[in-house]
Design a protein around this ligand. Structure first.
Ligand code: UD1
Length: 368
């Protein structure tokens, strides 16, 4: 049985890697990797394919960047052309990026069932493009694989039938657990001259933070304040690089003596740097979860999170543009002597991909 597994943007690769890793235990399944090309720079895509042992994509849509409508429709046209000629039995989409929504829509319109991995997460903020992608993808998926219980509750409230909803854990954490030992021995922070637990790690890319001049300037000021107390490593996403340049903030950061800027890191490099950071400052979704498992304090520069378990069970704090709270948390983190506690979240045990593939097989009628 052929299953198309869709990946397009950086956060998708570590998630689909877990599915490919688990696949050999399911001999009736043939997984095909479909790369939409939403992310195309070597350090946003190729390096992940290599490090995560992913197969060469069976098909590459090469869509590249564009506004949401252009990007989404181009993926739809090109993926549709592919499945008309090469129909799979199932399509598995992960996360909440434009590639997720576009391929789910194409499959559903062609009556090919869709499984959504990371279903049910809700920030309840519809200004986020990802929130629209999540709601639409869930509404047209036949199987909904939730990472945390809040996802199950959200889906039930939206009227999704219980038999479609499965709490399976988190494929991204499957990959983290599998890669952790190798990442640990890498000590990648030493490349920048940092000592374990004596630096902070920063990633930012949300349009709400980086596309707004005033907001981005305010964040840069807070990073400068932080760097006076703790040196920072800031891995700059391409979107952020463009905006920092356009708003004349890049040179300012480059001249900040205790802030080191780097290109986006590979998966293992980033895991190594995160695991050994004193604190992580981010607006990423996945990093809130990864830091919770690693037991590293995380300050999330957003008003909401679609991953509430990271607040209740994990190490995450939402800053909500409250810079007093931000500075308080930084000071607390600097005072923290105690050893770190990694979160024990139900089903985040390295077996989510196995559960997903087993459920997929169970839900497929046997062919005569
Ligand atoms: C996308 C996802 C976001 C995810 C993020 C992770 C959507 C709506 N957004 O946001 O959910 O958290 O990926 O990175 O799907 N660019 C490059 N090289 C690349 C890719 C992008 O230079 O390989 C530049 C382009 O100028 C592009 C901009 O970055 O216009 C933004 O890329 P895009 O894929 O539109 O969105 P992200 O901000 O990366």
């Amino acid at each position: 049985m052929i299953v198309d597994v869709i990946a397009g943007a950086r956060p998708n690769f570590m998630k689909v890697a877990a599915l490919f890793e688990a696949a050999p235990a399911f001999p009736t399944l043939t997984l095909r990797l479909i790369h939409t090309g939403q992310h195309y720079d070597a350090n946003m895509s190729d390096v992940f394919l290599q490090e995560l042992n992913l197969p060469e994509p069976t098909h590459h849509l090469r869509v590249g960047s564009g506004d949401h409508t252009t990007q989404t429709t181009l993926i739809m046209q090109r993926y549709d052309a592919w499945i008309v000629e090469n129909p799979p039995k199932w399509v598995l989409v992960v996360g909440d990026v434009n590639s997720t929504l576009a391929c789910a829509l194409v499959a559903a319109k062609r009556n090919i069932p869709v499984g959504h991995v990371e279903a049910g997460l809700r920030s309840f903020d519809r200004t986020m493009p990802e929130e629209i992608n999540r709601i639409v993808t869930d509404s047209i998926s036949s199987l909904l694989f939730a990472t945390e219980n809040s996802g199950v509750i959200n889906l039930a409230k939206e009227g999704h039938p219980a038999e479609r909803i499965h709490l399976v854990g988190h494929v991204m954490i499957d990959t983290l657990l599998r890669q952790y030992e190798q990442a640990k021995s890498l000590r990648y922070y030493e490349t920048f001259g940092f000592v374990a637990h004596e630096y902070g790690f920063v990633t930012l890319h949300r349009p709400s933070n980086v596309d707004d001049h005033q907001q981005l300037r305010a964040i840069v000021e807070q990073l400068e304040w932080t760097a006076e107390r703790l040196p920072l490593l800031f891995a700059v996403h391409p979107r952020t690089q463009q905006r920092l340049t356009a708003f004349d903030l890049l040179t300012r950061l480059e001249h900040s003596p205790r802030i080191t800027l780097s290109a986006p890191l590979s998966y293992r490099q980033s895991l190594s740097v995160m695991a050994n950071a004193r604190v992580v400052i981010t607006d990423s979704g996945g990093i809130q979860e990864e830091t919770s498992v690693l037991g590293v304090p995380c300050l999330t520069l957003r008003d909401t999170t679609e991953r509430p378990i990271t607040l209740t069970e994990g190490t995450n704090t939402l800053i909500k543009n409250d810079w007093t709270l931000y500075r308080q948390r930084i000071m607390e983190v600097l005072d923290l002597k105690a050893s770190r506690q990694s979160a024990a979240i139900p089903y985040w045990d390295g077996k989510a991909a196995q559960r997903i593939l087993r459920i997929l097989v169970q839900h497929t009628p046997h062919e005569a």
